[in-house]
Design a protein around this ligand. Structure first.
Ligand code: PLP
Length: 394
C-alpha cells in the first residue's frame, strides 16, 4: 500500500458490483444461484437502436467527436428535455458523458472543494458518497426510514444545511427504494432550497421513464423554476432503453457548471464512444414503444414480487412507484434468525441457504433492508422468492 494514494485507500469498492461478482463466481463453481443484485434491465437494446449504431459505423462514426457530445445527440437531448420535462436548454448547457455516472463524477470534480459538505439522502445510490469523497468533499447523510416512505422532509433538509454545504443530491424515482417524490413533496423541499441561494442542486432522473405512480413524472425544476440557475439535471439511456453497456448519460444545467464539467471530461476520457452516441440519438428521437413494453413488464413483476415479499415472515415492504427495485425491510426477520446479526450477514445467509444474491441495505446507507432487483423473468423471480421464504422459515 506504499504505492497507493490515501484517497484510493479510503475508497470502497462498489458493493452492488461485488455481489454480482460473488454470485457469478458461485455459479461458475457449479452452484445454482439466482442473482437479483444487478442494476440493469434484462431486456436487450431495441432493434431500431442497434440498427442506428450499425449504420453509424458504416457511415464512419469511428473518430473522436466533440468532447461534450456530437451536435446531433446534444440536440436530441435538448429536444428530450423540452418534450418530456418542459425544460429549456441551449447547446452550451448540455454535456454528454460515458454514462450518467461520469456526468455526476464530473460535477463533483467541478464544484466540490476539499472540506465542502454534500447532502445525500439515505438510502442513496452507492456511488454518490464515493464520488464526493474522491473530490475531497464530505458526504452528509439525511436518513429517511420506513415511517417517512424513505423520503427526506423539509425539516431534515433545513437541519442538514451548514455554511459548508455546497451541493444537495436528489434522486427520484430512487435507486434503491423505487419511490418517487410527489410534486407537493418537491415543492416543500424547494422552499428550503430557495432560502439558501448558495447551494447547488443535482437531480438524478435516471429512472424517469420506469414509473407507474399516480402522478406523472416530475423533476424538482418543474415545481421550482426559480432554482434553474443552480440545478443540474442528470439522465441517461441505460435504464429506460436497456442500454447499460453503451455507456451514454447526460446532464443539463447552468452553462458555467456544464462548461467546468466538460473541462474535467476533456482531461480524462474526452468524448463518449462515437457509435454509442449515434445509438443514443436514435433512442431519444426514435420510436418509444419498446419503453412502454418494458415498463409494463417491470410493473407486472413488481406487483408479484411485492406480494411474495409481503407474505414472508418478518419482512415488510413499500410498493415501489417505479424503477426495477424493491427495498424490503428485513429487520424483524434478522432478529429472529440465529447467527444472523445484520443485513450483510443476511445477504451471506441467503446466498448460502437459498442460493439468492441480494444487495444488503447498508450498501445504500440503510441497514436492515435488502435491495431486490426484479430485472429478470417472472419464473426466476417466483423461484427466488420461494427460496428466500423457505430460508427465513428454517
Ligand atoms: N444514477 C442512478 C440512480 C443509477 O442507479 C445509475 C445506475 O446504476 C446511474 C445514475 C448511472 O447510470 P449510467 O452510468 O449507466 O448512465
Amino acid at each position: 500500500s506504499d504505492f497507493l494514494s490515501e484517497r484510493v485507500q479510503r475508497l470502497q469498492p462498489s458493493p452492488t458490483l461485488a455481489v454480482t461478482q460473488k454470485a457469478a463466481e458461485l455459479r461458475a463453481a457449479g452452484q445454482d444461484i439466482i442473482g437479483l443484485g444487478a442494476g440493469e434491465p434484462d431486456f436487450d437494446t431495441p432493434d431500431n437502436i442497434k440498427e442506428a449504431a450499425i449504420q453509424a459505423i458504416r457511415d464512419g462514426a469511428t473518430k473522436y467527436t466533440a468532447v461534450d457530445g456530437t451536435p446531433e445527440l446534444k440536440q436530441a437531448v435538448i429536444d428530450k428535455f423540452k418534450r418530456d420535462n418542459q425544460l429549456d436548454y441551449e447547446l452550451n448547457q448540455i454535456l454528454v458523458s460515458t454514462g450518467a455516472k461520469q456526468s455526476l463524477f464530473n460535477l463533483c470534480q467541478a464544484v466540490v472543494n476539499p472540506g465542502d459538505e454534500v447532502i445525500i439522502p439515505a438510502p442513496y445510490w452507492v456511488s454518490y458518497p464515493a464520488m464526493v469523497e474522491i473530490a475531497g468533499g464530505k458526504p452528509v447523510f439525511i436518513t429517511a426510514d420506513w415511517d417517512q416512505d424513505y423520503k427526506i422532509t423539509p425539516k431534515q433538509l433545513e437541519a442538514a444545511i451548514t455554511d459548508k454545504t455546497r451541493l444537495v443530491m436528489l434522486n427520484s424515482p430512487s435507486n434503491p427504494t423505487g419511490l418517487a417524490y410527489t410534486r407537493a413533496e418537491f415543492q416543500a423541499l424547494a422552499e428550503v432550497l430557495e432560502a439558501h441561494p448558495k447551494l447547488l442542486i443535482a437531480t438524478d432522473d435516471m429512472y424517469e421513464h420506469i414509473l407507474w405512480a399516480d402522478e406523472p413524472f416530475s423533476t424538482l425544476l418543474n415545481v421550482a423554476p426559480g432554482l434553474y440557475d443552480r440545478t443540474v439535471v442528470f439522465n441517461g439511456v441505460s435504464k429506460a432503453y436497456a442500454m447499460t453497456g453503451w455507456r451514454i448519460g447526460y446532464a443539463g444545467g447552468p452553462a458555467e457548471v456544464i462548461g467546468a464539467m466538460k473541462k474535467v471530461q476533456g482531461q480524462s476520457t474526452s468524448n463518449p464512444a462515437a457509435v454509442s452516441q449515434a445509438a443514443a440519438r436514435e433512442a431519444l428521437d426514435g420510436d418509444q414503444s419498446k419503453v412502454t413494453e418494458m415498463v409494463k413488464a417491470f410493473k407486472e413483476r413488481h406487483d408479484r414480487v411485492h406480494q411474495l415479499l409481503s407474505d414472508m415472515p418478518g419482512v415488510r415492504v413499500k410498493p415501489s412507484m417505479g424503477t426495477f427495485y424493491s427495498f424490503p425491510d428485513f429487520r424483524e426477520a434478522i432478529e429472529k434468525l440465529d447467527g444472523v446479526d445484520d443485513d450483510k450477514a443476511l445477504a451471506e445467509y441467503l446466498l448460502k441457504e437459498a442460493g439468492v444474491a441480494l444487495v444488503p441495505g447498508s450498501a445504500f446507507g440503510l441497514p436492515g433492508h435488502m435491495r431486490l432487483s426484479f430485472a429478470t423473468d417472472m419464473a426466476t423471480l417466483e423461484d427466488a422468492c420461494g427460496r428466500i421464504h423457505r430460508a427465513l422459515k428454517s
